[in-house]
Ligand binder design. Structure first.
Ligand code: NAD
Length: 351
């Protein structure tokens, strides 16, 4: 099995690549531009693996992507490359439209031409998995869950660009017959998460005695999934998902942001007692514009049709994550500079 993975130097992509190379023994080509969010140190455990190759390329670069298809000749594509940080999409949406929309179009169209050149069983078996987010569905009230038929209603430039990319993926399936499957997942957490995102930001700011920024009153709810559970789900969906269909992925782990931050503070008190009590560092900051109140996923289809189940519960997963950051300074320190929240105006005293 030969799998082309885009965005494989990022948070989720690197978990997918490690899973495919080490657990499945697949031949993998990672294609990644290595933006600020991508680092090959997330793939350093694969340095001696002959079944992994890396290509530095922009998914918007049609020639580079077409050449990657022609030379690697994948059986499957798992497309994760994206601009992924909501706050950045609010201060500069251009990169999000370029990579998430134009880049996805380029991937789909190069995949289409390559797939049309295949014959027989190789053509029948080819799959293109487009990886997306539950944020395309907008915000939930106090009740209910996102299902695969929830109408799209994105709030941020990030989620709007991902929604556009989902529509392109479905259109390439309906119009050209490209065997596309789409997955929409809730918030991920775990090792190798870029230091600007909420959970690593809180762990590292707590470690350094800096303010722990919480938007609004901290009541926004996210449905957290351990990244390795997501990687297994994506492998399964790429392998057995029905063509042209969507699978929602979620951990049934709804938590208010303030409760996540408070739990991290309690774990830091145990594992880094020098700074205790870390909860004293919690700082409420002006809410993000267009901040969705609640996301929660109904993963019944994935569980029933494909037999997937989240294995990591939030309490053990968050403790593993805190310990990983405390033990792997070598990974995050070079990425950390400037990402304490103040860079994006989160801690601007004028707010
Ligand atoms: P990430 O920001 O950690 O990684 C993105 C990767 O894509 C980086 O390695 C970056 O270098 C690469 N990249 C960016 N632009 C590129 C381009 N133009 N060409 C080639 N490579 C490029 O993101 P992530 O959190 O790992 O998310 C991966 C995917 O999963 C994204 O499509 C995202 O929308 C989706 N997703 C993320 C979450 C989450 O909680 N993080 C949840 C659901 C879905």
């Amino acid at each position: 099995m030969r799998v082309l993975v885009t965005g494989g130097a990022g948070f989720i992509g690197s978990a997918v690549v490690r899973h495919l190379v080490l657990n499945k023994g697949y031949e993998v080509l990672t294609v990644d531009k290595l933006t600020y969010a991508g680092t090959l140190t997330s793939l350093s455990s694969l340095d001696n693996q002959s079944n992994h190759r890396f290509l530095q390329a922009d998914i918007c670069d049609r020639q580079a992507i077409a050449e990657a298809f022609d030379s690697f000749r994948p059986d499957r594509v798992m497309h994760l490359a994206a601009e992924s940080h909501v706050d950045r999409s609010i201060t500069g949406a251009g990169d999000f439209v370029q990579t998430n929309v134009v880049g996805t179009f380029t991937m789909l169209d190069c995949a289409r031409l390559y797939w049309q050149s295949l014959e027989g069983s190789r053509r029948d078996a080819f799959r293109f998995l487009h990886v997306s987010t539950d944020e395309v569905y907008g915000s939930l009230g106090d009740e209910g869950l996102f299902t695969e038929t929830t109408p799209y209603d994105p709030s941020s430039p990030y989620s709007a660009s991902k929604a556009a990319s989902d529509h392109l993926a479905k259109a390439w399936a309906r119009t050209y017959g490209l065997p596309v499957v789409v997955s929409n997942c809730s918030n991920n957490y775990g090792p190798h998460h870029f230091p600007e995102k909420l959970i690593p930001l809180v762990i590292l700011n707590a470690l350094e005695g800096k303010p722990l920024p919480v938007y609004g009153n901290g009541a926004n709810i996210r449905d957290w999934l351990y990244v390795e559970d997501h990687a297994r789900a994506l492998d399964l969906i790429a392998e057995r998902g029905a063509i042209g269909e969507t699978y929602n992925v979620g951990g049934r782990n709804e938590r208010r942001n303030i409760d996540v931050v408070t739990r991290i503070c309690e774990l830091m008190d145990i594992h880094h007692p020098q700074g205790a009590p870390h909860a004293r560092l919690i700082t409420y900051v002006t809410d993000r514009p267009g901040h969705d109140a609640r996301y929660a996923i109904d993963a019944t289809r994935l569980e029933n049709e494909l037999g997937w189940k989240a294995e990591e519960d939030f309490d053990s997963g968050i403790e593993k994550t805190v310990k990983w950051y405390l033990e792997n300074r070598w990974w995050w320190e070079p990425l950390r500079h400037g990402y304490d929240g103040s860079r994006l105006g989160l801690l601007d005293p004028a707010q």
